[in-house]
Design a protein around this ligand. Structure first.
Ligand code: ADP
Length: 777
């Protein structure tokens, strides 16, 4: 430990011992009063002591030193890594109380609705004793309940719902229709999945519109079915399908065109690519399910169907066409945001997770969150076995089944993590053949899922689950029955088995972390097969010295060199995912800047801030005379809000189209991200002008029709959903480069912490009167 660290540790220890002392000496009221007047460490000490008393009274739990350390780190805006079952939920209360003292509202952003409700109700007695108002919001919460909940000091809400409220506010017609969501402080729970795994999935707000029939897409969908394997190539790396020379030649003949790669054929090519992907890459029951003619996507991380998720653009329709489904209505996107950007709107951000270390760099670079690892209260007694490597998937599953049987014979509970529902079912079938009845976790709601997972520690229980299922739920040895705990401990505690190599080791660690909680006994095993997609994607065999390429066998392969290289694949994959995210950011940052500006501008207009929309128009004085200032201002606000929605929706459509075709600029040797940014900026600037004209036209219309006959185009049937956006269109770039014999230059990763800083804003020229950028006056 260096000198600085030692000093820091001593300061922390002093705070902890003072907290203990104060909580014996003073009452909650006295401590809160003292805290109000105090500063720095004294403030923390008084406040934490008050929370400790409240936790003891309200929960009959005395916060551990480790929890105080974690709470302290949260107040400093850090991400804490604390093993599962160490009591992170209570740590959040300390930080929320600290924000309350500073006059800030806190949102505890949870992984799902179930946890939002559970955690708020669980911690409520503590908050009540501290005089802190709390609330929770779930998908079911009515608008009025939401409005009230956003006024509370501390709000528990799933990150997704909170995003949706932000997006819905963008469609509000008046101030009263807004939720009241504000962005003081956020504490993100389960941060690894929310801020990394799910961070890029755009959340969308849409209004309903009729789908225009697209005969070209339908034709392409029928046409690609006639393709032979030599006509297309699948890239596992970029998760896309593209035409080979013979496929391109066929398409050119079919469509009677010279060159399918010509810019004028870009839209057609993009449709063909979508149809190819729908036909030959996306698989029913792996990537999506077809439930009564409705295509439901399967979430890659949870393995469950995602009710409200679509593939981007025409890909969704292409998949529907593959199954003969014809959709008649589709939402027109009115706004969207990914969690990654949403959380950055908060003035202060902190986070909690069981596994952060593998993504430490990313947390820092993207969110400016520094990691603080909190040691467990009691050291874990989990035994982690070496990776079991199998030659092929079939023998791997037999190996897994064997391991389950061995444990089951001695009544040891087993939790098995799989990569998909299909894999869960394969294993279930295999175990059943061997006489073991497992519980497969593919529950349809979070609550049910939580119950099953919490019973996974019962003696003899065998639970198969996709990786993230049952997030945030603690597995107690012996289940809810304390009397069974001893028996379970004697069997060796919970055995967790990871059955494949995911893109990030974090996912494995998250699974393993479910065993050995709070100093419990436990065991972990990891299985991998050499024919898994990740091994093929990163060409394991090319990394191995020839003599270490194993011969086919049904037994586990034991080879240190092989083990080292297999583990290396995981690290390569982690780096790759990070690169992909960084690359995507180059394209999304500008949109984020624009969205921020336009959302704030719209909110300002509804708040009644000066907008200068109509006052500069020619016939303004005539309108003023006819309608009076107040009425005119009301109509102006309504018109402007609707106009912004309309134009923003066009902007989103434009940028999506642009992203799909931008790879073609590579041909000219230009940088796609730069070209993209230039085009988008131009469009945005043009849009401002267009908006001005639109408003002027509307004013004329108002004068012609009078107030009674005047209408604004308000969106209908507002709904929200998640978009399955893998950034495919951007991934296509290197492929096209190869087609044209060029290589994309490897660029260094952006430096911390400026990755997300919006590109420099161009000064707003007064003359042009970009009214909606002006600050409220
Ligand atoms: P995590 O979110 O870190 O996995 P939880 O907040 O779900 O952990 O808490 C895990 C378990 O530990 C819960 O049953 C909780 O009641 C218990 N717990 C937390 N803090 C304490 C404490 N200070 N004393 C006793 N039990 C605690």
């Amino acid at each position: 430990m260096c000198g600085k660290e030692r000093c820091f540790k001593m300061a922390e220890e002093k705070i902890i011992s003072d907290v203990r002392e104060y909580s014996k000496k003073y009452s909650i009221e006295e401590l809160l009063e003292k805290a109000e007047k105090a500063e720095g460490e004294e403030l923390i000490t008084c406040l934490f002591a008050a929370v400790c008393i409240a936790a003891e009274k309200g929960l009959k739990q005395i916060p551990f030193d480790e929890q105080l350390m974690a709470a302290r780190a949260l107040t400093k805006g850090k991400i804490i890594e604390m093993p599962t079952g160490e009591g992170k939920t209570l740590c959040g209360v300390f930080a929320a109380a600290w924000h309350k003292l500073r006059g800030e509202k806190t949102h505890i952003l949870t992984f799902n609705d179930y946890l939002a409700e559970r955690d708020r109700n669980w911690m409520k007695p503590v908050y009540d004793l501290l005089g802190i108002e709390t609330a929770f919001i779930t998908e079911k919460s009515a608008f009025e309940e939401r409005k009230a909940a956003y006024k509370a000091d501390v709000l528990y809400i799933s990150a997704r719902e909170c995003c949706f409220d932000y997006l819905r506010d963008f469609t509000a017609q008046t101030l009263e229709e807004e939720s009241g969501l504000s962005f003081d402080a956020a504490i993100v729970d389960e941060a690894d999945s929310l801020l990394i795994d799910e961070a890029r999935i755009p959340m969308v707000v849409a209004g309903e519109t009729e789908v225009a029939y697209d005969p070209e897409l339908e034709d392409a969908s029928d046409y690609v079915r006639t393709f032979e394997e030599t006509d297309y190539e699948i890239s596992l790396e970029t998760e896309s399908v593209f035409l080979t020379d013979s496929g391109a030649a066929k398409a050119e003949e079919h469509y009677n065109i010279d060159n399918i790669y010509d810019e004028e054929n870009a839209e057609l090519l993009s449709k063909i690519n979508d149809c190819l992907k729908a036909q030959f890459f996306l698989r029913e029951d792996k990537d999506y399910i077809n439930r009564d003619g409705k295509i439901l996507l399967i979430d890659k991380f949870t393995g469950r169907t995602a009710e409200n998720r679509h593939y981007p653009g025409t890909l969704q329709t292409a998949v529907e066409l593959k199954h003969g489904v014809k959709t008649t209505t589709r939402g027109v996107v009115m706004g969207s945001i990914a969690l990654q950007y949403f959380v950055r709107k908060y003035k202060s951000l902190a986070a909690m997770t069981g596994t952060a270390e593998a993504s430490m760099e990313e947390f820092f670079q993207i969110y400016n969150l520094q990691l603080e690892k909190i040691p467990p209260h009691l050291p874990s007694q989990r035994i982690d076995h070496d990776l079991d490597i199998y030659y092929d998937t079939r023998s791997k599953w037999n190996g897994v089944a064997e391991a389950v049987m061995q444990a089951h014979e001695k009544n040891q509970p087993v939790l098995i993590g799989t990569g998909s529902i299909a894999q869960s079912e394969t294993l279930y079938g295999l175990l059943k053949e061997k006489g073991i009845e497992a519980v497969v976790l593919n529950a349809k709601n979070d609550k049910q899922e939580a119950e099953i997972i919490s019973n996974a520690g019962m003696p003899g229980a065998v639970t198969i689950s996709t990786n993230m299922a049952g997030r945030g739920v603690d597995i107690k040895l012996g289940g809810s029955d304390e009397a069974c705990k001893e028996d379970t401990v004697n069997t060796g505690g919970l055995l967790v088995i990871s059955t494949y190599m995911p893109e990030s080791s974090r996912i494995v660690r998250q699974l393993l972390g479910r065993s050995g909680r709070q100093g419990d006994k436990g065991e972990s095993r990891r299985f991998v097969a050499l024919d898994e997609p990740i091994m093929e994607k990163y060409k394991l065999t090319s990394l191995l010295p020839h003599s270490h390429i194993p011969e086919p066998t049904h037994r586990a392969v034991e080879d240190k060199v092989l083990l080292r290289e297999v583990e290396r694949i995981q690290r390569i994959s982690e780096g790759d995912c990070f690169d992909a995210r960084a690359r995507l950011m180059k394209f999304t940052m500008i949109g984020e800047k624009h969205r921020d500006q336009i959302f704030s501008a719209r909110a300002r207009i509804l708040e009644g801030g000066r907008s200068d929309l109509w006052s500069s128009a020619e016939n303004y004085s005539e309108a003023l005379e006819k309608l009076g200032g107040e009425k005119l201002a009301r109509l102006e606000r309504k018109t402007a809000a609707a106009a912004i929605n309309k134009f923003w929706s066009d902007y989103l459509e434009y940028t999506e189209e642009l992203r799909r075709g931008i790879h073609l600029v590579e041909v000219g040797g230009k940088s796609p991200s730069e070209e993209y940014n230039i085009s988008v900026e131009e469009y945005y600037r043009g849009m401002e002008e267009e908006l001005k004209h639109y408003m002027e036209e509307k004013l004329t219309e108002l004068l012609e029709k009078g107030e009674e006959g005047y209408t604004v185009d308000a969106p209908q049937n507002i709904h929200t959903y998640l978009l399955e956006d893998t950034g495919d269109e951007l991934n296509k770039m290197p492929l096209l480069l190869n087609v044209f014999g060029e290589e994309e230059e490897a660029k260094p990763l952006p430096k911390a912490p400026s990755v997300l800083d919006a590109p420099e804003e161009k000064p707003v020229k007064e003359k042009k009167g970009f009214w909606f950028f002006k600050k409220k006056q």
